[in-house]
Design a protein around this ligand. Sequence first.
Ligand code: PLP
Length: 383
Amino acid sequence: MKAYLDNNATTRMAPEVLDAMMPFLTERFGNPSSFHSFGSGVMEEIEAAREEVAALIGAGPEEIVFTSGGTESDNTALLGGCAINPLKPGLVTSKVEHPAVMVTAKRLRDGGAPVEFAEVRGDGTLDMDSLGALVSGRTGLVSLMMANNETGVIFPIAEAARMAHEAGALLHTDAVQAVGKVSVNVKSMGIDLLSLSAHKFHGPKGIGALYIGDGIDLPPLIIGGHQENGRRGGTYNAPGIIGLGAAARLAREELSGETDLTGEMLRRMEKSILDSCPGSRIAGGKAPRLPNTSTVLFRGVESEAVMTLLDIEGICVSSGSACSTGDESPSHVLTAMGIDPREANTAIRFSISRYTSQREVDHLLEVLPPIIDRLRKISPYAD
Ligand code: PLP
């Protein structure tokens, strides 16, 4: 039996998304920028997808630029956002960002820009005092993730946006893990730039979007084509864009549902894990969190050993960000929360989705406790 519990790495594509994409992978292959109706008919579908994406985050369609995914959206937001006003080249971000933001921020810093990293508290929440102390008159951009990919902890973006605006700075949020899982409204939250990625909410890989608030003249990252009104060059990825539009429509329908089934499943799973594996705890367990993400610290065991034994049982989990695979250093997110590096190396991330079945969770709950028990018996660090 297989149990896929690694949905923050990527999700299963919804069948409706594949159905929507299929014509554009086969007979409707025209270039949307072509003059003839074979191409321009595809452009009409792209504009319909743009409206779906805009509706999911409370934006206007003209404020959506399609990109190749979360990483490109983040790169564009940071590199462009810090270049808008030469008098305000500063960037303030946090210590727990995804590498798509973190590495770009360090590149800007290495190029001489004033770049600062705000602290988080022990529960993974943003330290607003630390943020307030770093945002200054020379800050052009504040970039903070909406929800953390490892812990699921949610940051108070509306409050951070107010702080950024008081200093005359723009607010960018990497909402790659939040969009499709919690409701997002760029207008009421005061967001200027927002990154999202289709494959995190049952859309295809390699397609995403950057929301650019009306009136913001963000320099493009990818140049050389007139597409997207000159805001992002390159032939439109028509199947991908149409898949993203379909995934956005499904997510909006799902989010307007009355019951939070994913959240209930996660809460029951967490309780069962903590009961059956004493001495374990949830990173950021008391903080506001996504309804699908749980990182558990299994004191005394190495996460790599746990992942390997779970994999043999057909259970897919992660020790943190999928991008950290192969990197044995402890998670920068967990250590920023003050978790001792040795304990950080015991972390396993479980992330579910609307397609996760109770059978998959039950399989985990049956297999996990004996694995933890067995590993603790041979661990030199277990109590
Ligand atoms: N930002 C966050 C918070 C993520 O979790 C990810 C993917 O793991 C990304 C950005 C990168 O998105 P993409 O895979 O679409 O490039």
